[in-house]
Design a protein around this ligand. Structure first.
Ligand SMILES: Nc1ncnc2c1ncn2[C@@H]1O[C@H](COP(=O)(O)OP(=O)(O)OP(=O)(O)O)[C@@H](O)[C@H]1O
Ligand SMILES: [Mg+2]
Length: 268
């Protein structure tokens, strides 16, 4: 088993919520609400159940609540009302450390994540923190950097990298921890076409549960078996991407546009 092979791959790609019911549950959310300190009601009652090994896109316009939702999956924000479970573990202040061992989180802003002197040390931080020996951690660092195509950046200072390079390193840092659940907020933003393609292939190949907030509907279509459409703090639709993205009225209501691959196609 590779360091990335925590969870067995799913027997078949699920098609939306029904198939998810049949698998072990990776994430369960009931009546999740979040109100920020300034009174903004960012989440207004979310319910969903994500099965182990699913790849789920979370899409929606700016301000729809995607990042706020994802931050609850790692205990970085706590529910104002409702509950979130990761496997059998409720996400609470007192379980946050255990939750964060199960869930790897790639922030929307890579600068929020990188803080060590070199890329190699940065990616090694998580595995060392999990208790791996330095040689085992080094092996994970190299495998993770190679998987995102960033091995050549190992000796560089993270804060001197370009935006896209930082994002790749941040993704490697989370991969190196081999979490059961990967949560990525806008992982393809700022990547060049080749790096984006490599990321898509990588996300597709990973056996873990993957939850990806993205404005890249083509990525959602190419990588994910399921999409949650968020609108004004609620889940407006939940299903297989190809079916959901065909609903023109839904896309209009949620201020989304069809995947680029479909644009210009009649009947898309
Ligand atoms: N720290 C905060 N304090 C107050 N309001 C916030 C805070 N962070 C986000 N919000 C508000 O919560 C709502 C949801 O924001 P969120 O960042 O979750 O949206 P998003 O879907 O991730 O958007 P984007 O596509 O721009 O990343 C927005 O109305 C936003 O203005
Ligand atoms: Mg966001």
């Amino acid at each position: 088993m590779t360091p990335f092979g925590h969870t067995p791959p799913p027997a078949a790609a699920a098609q939306g919520g029904d198939a998810a019911q049949a698998r072990a549950c990776a994430v369960e959310v009931h009546g999740l609400c979040h109100r920020y300190a300034d009174g903004t009601a960012a989440l207004r009652g979310l319910d969903c159940r994500i099965g182990a090994g699913e790849a789920v896109a979370v899409v929606g316009a700016n301000g729809a609540g995607k990042s706020t939702f994802l931050l609850h999956l790692d205990g970085l924000l706590l529910a104002t009302a409702g509950e979130v479970r990761v496997g059998d573990l409720p996400v609470r202040r007192d379980t946050r450390v255990q939750v964060q061992r199960r869930v790897g989180y790639v922030f929307q802003e890579a600068d929020d994540q990188l803080f060590m002197a070199t890329v190699e040390d940065d990616v090694a931080f998580g595995p060392l923190n999990l208790g791996l020996s330095p040689p085992a951690a080094r092996e994970r660092v190299h495998e993770a950097l190679a998987r995102v195509g960033a091995l050549h950046l190992a000796a560089r200072a993270p804060w001197r990298l370009s935006g896209g390079e930082k994002r790749l390193v941040a993704i490697a840092g989370v991969l190196a921890m081999a979490p059961q659940v990967l949560v990525l907020d806008e992982p393809s933003a700022g990547l060049d076409p080749a790096a984006r393609r490599r990321l898509m292939a990588l996300l597709q190949a990973l056996p873990q549960t993957r939850i990806v907030a993205t404005h890249d509907l083509d990525l959602a279509l190419g990588v994910c078996n399921r999409v949650l459409v968020m609108h004004e703090g609620r889940i407006e639709a939940d299903g297989a991407p190809a079916a959901v993205f065909r609903d023109a009225a839904l896309l209009r209501r949620c201020h989304l546009e069809p995947p680029l691959a479909w644009q210009g196609r009649s009947g898309a």
